[in-house]
Design a protein around this ligand. Structure first.
Ligand code: FAD
Length: 454
């Protein structure tokens, strides 16, 4: 990490209060929107160029939607906000006395970003519970990089199997293990079976893709524990029907290149090994690294998963000019869902709007309105749980579609996603199956070195 700091065009001292929003996810975008016509200078900082619609990452990973359809450039989203700047870079450190963030650029250089008010909406990342060695074999599902890495793994596993001579050699390549039976694990498991049984069904000559085994491992006694028991039972029936093999009451206790080991949660602690060349990890989240830096600099403790505990008005205790919102905040066990992030972003934007110019600090407590949650299980089957409403099957699926289209950023993305869904429903095909090799740097040399000396 670099410490060399240079002046930046973004660090100009301005006459209006400067609001820095760290993170362009749901929380950050909704805060920026609320501040649109407020007499402040807003800088939205993110380490990526786009707002990513995480709830559809698994559809990008399984070739249904493109990365462009589930993301929107931050600059484009804020193009009409005359008071907003977008900065690309990763926040590395913070000096709360000087009110300055230090941000690293792509090339390793760094610049300072001063603020009067700071909104931290940096989100969470996948947690491997002390087993970072799993990451290389079992990508998580939190970023576009994850989705594209998973797509590469899935597509190349079928291609590998097609070229291998014996059924015994093919089997591990046609076995897909998913750790975690929450919404993300269930969604990706169902989608892999759909990819295998619909999109790829007639495209291979040596293998039958529909023979692909999808193993879903979950430590609890039912999948989707955050949903009502009846809904989770309905989801389980659909998973069984589409051919996902669910293993409940087991923890994944080892991950290797060639497979996984599970341990049962009962007193027998029975261990089992499964050979699988594609392993996906959706079992838990933890705070992004900047959370620890922030907590240390502000002198506060991190709570469960590294989240930052906030006051009822979402400020950090003892720091009325710093708010933490969205997934990263810890307040009354609010869940890490998009609605919490959006509403908390709007809330803080409103507080700042009422504070400027020269108003008293606005300590209005945040009130969350729970509009419910939804999960996709398989084609024509999704769950929706909102207050007393419990929907599953086809009606749940239509409701799920309407909600996701409504919250997807931008009309082009909505239209594109609808068109792709309709085409996939009608024909079973999935067009977004291109894969790239390695990282963007190594893409300059995408071929193997075939020189005689190598
Ligand atoms: C696969 C998946 C499926 C989901 N499905 C649903 C669903 O169906 N319904 C639902 O309500 N919720 C769902 N969620 C949860 C929802 O997406 C999150 O609650 C929401 O994205 C949180 O928003 P946020 O703004 O707090 O953080 P995020 O959206 O995670 O945004 C954080 C941003 O901060 C940036 N960042 C982090 N650290 C730094 C740094 N140091 N410097 C600069 N930038 C930084 C990141 O690049 C990122 O853009 C799902 C999540 C996942 C991963």
């Amino acid at each position: 990490m670099t410490t060399a700091r240079e002046p930046s065009s973004l660090a100009i001292t301005r006459s209006r209060p400067r609001v820095v929003i760290l993170g362009g996810g749901f929380g950050g975008i909704y805060a920026a929107r609320r501040l649109r016509d407020v007499d402040v200078d807003v800088t939205l900082l993110d380490r990526g160029t786009s707002h990513v619609f995480q709830p559809l990452l698994y559809q990008c990973a399984t070739g249904l939607l493109s990365e462009g359809e589930i993301s929107s450039p931050l600059r484009h989203l804020l193009r009409g906000h005359r008071n907003a700047h977008v900065a690309l870079g990763e926040a590395q450190s913070i000096d709360p006395d000087a009110k300055v963030l230090t941000v690293s650029r792509f090339d390793g250089s760094a610049f300072d970003l001063p603020y009067d008010y700071l909104i931290v909406a940096a989100g969470m990342r996948q947690a491997y519970h002390g087993h970072d060695e799993y990451i290389q074999w079992a990508p998580g599902m939190k970023t576009l990089d994850d989705a594209l890495a998973i797509r590469r793994k899935l597509i190349s596993a079928f291609e590998m199997a097609e070229s291998l001579p014996t059924a015994q050699e093919r089997q591990p390549w046609l076995t897909f293990a998913v750790a975690g039976g929450g919404p993300t694990g269930v969604e990706i498991a169902g989608q892999i079976r759909e990819l295998a049984t619909h999109a790829l069904a007639h495209e291979f000559r040596s293998i039958d893709p529909s023979e692909a085994r999808v193993l879903l491992f979950h430590g609890g006694d039912r999948v989707l524990p955050s949903f009502d028991r009846k809904l989770s039972a309905s989801a389980q029936r659909t998973l069984d029907k589409v051919g996902v093999e669910t293993h409940l009451g087991v923890q994944v206790t080892d991950v290797r290149e060639t497979g996984i080991e599970t341990t049962s949660g009962d007193e027998t602690r029975t261990k089992k090994r499964y050979e699988a060349r594609t392993i996906l990890w959706t079992a838990g989240v933890e705070a992004v690294p900047f959370a620890a830096v922030l907590a240390d600099a502000l002198g506060v403790n991190q709570t469960h998963g590294g989240r930052i505990a906030v006051e009822p008005d979402l400020t950090v205790p003892g720091h009325p000019d710093v708010w933490v919102i969205g997934d990263l905040m810890s307040l009354k066990d609010l869940p890490g869902v998009a609605e919490v992030a959006m509403q908390s972003g709007k809330h803080v934007g409103g507080c700042i709007a009422r504070m400027v110019p020269g108003g008293a600090p606005d300590r209005k407590p945040f009130k969350y309105r729970n509009f419910g949650s939804a999960a996709y299980i398989a084609r024509r089957h999704a769950l929706l749980q909102a207050g007393p409403i419990r929907l599953s099957g086809f009606v749940g699926w239509v409701s799920w579609g309407v909600i996701h289209i409504a919250f997807l950023a931008g009309y082009r993305n909505r239209f594109g996603a609808l068109l792709n869904w309709a085409a996939t429903l009608a024909t079973g095909s999935r067009r977004e199956r291109a894969i790239t090799y390695g990282d963007p740097e190594s893409a300059r040399q995408p071929y193997s070195d075939l020189s005689p000396e190598s």
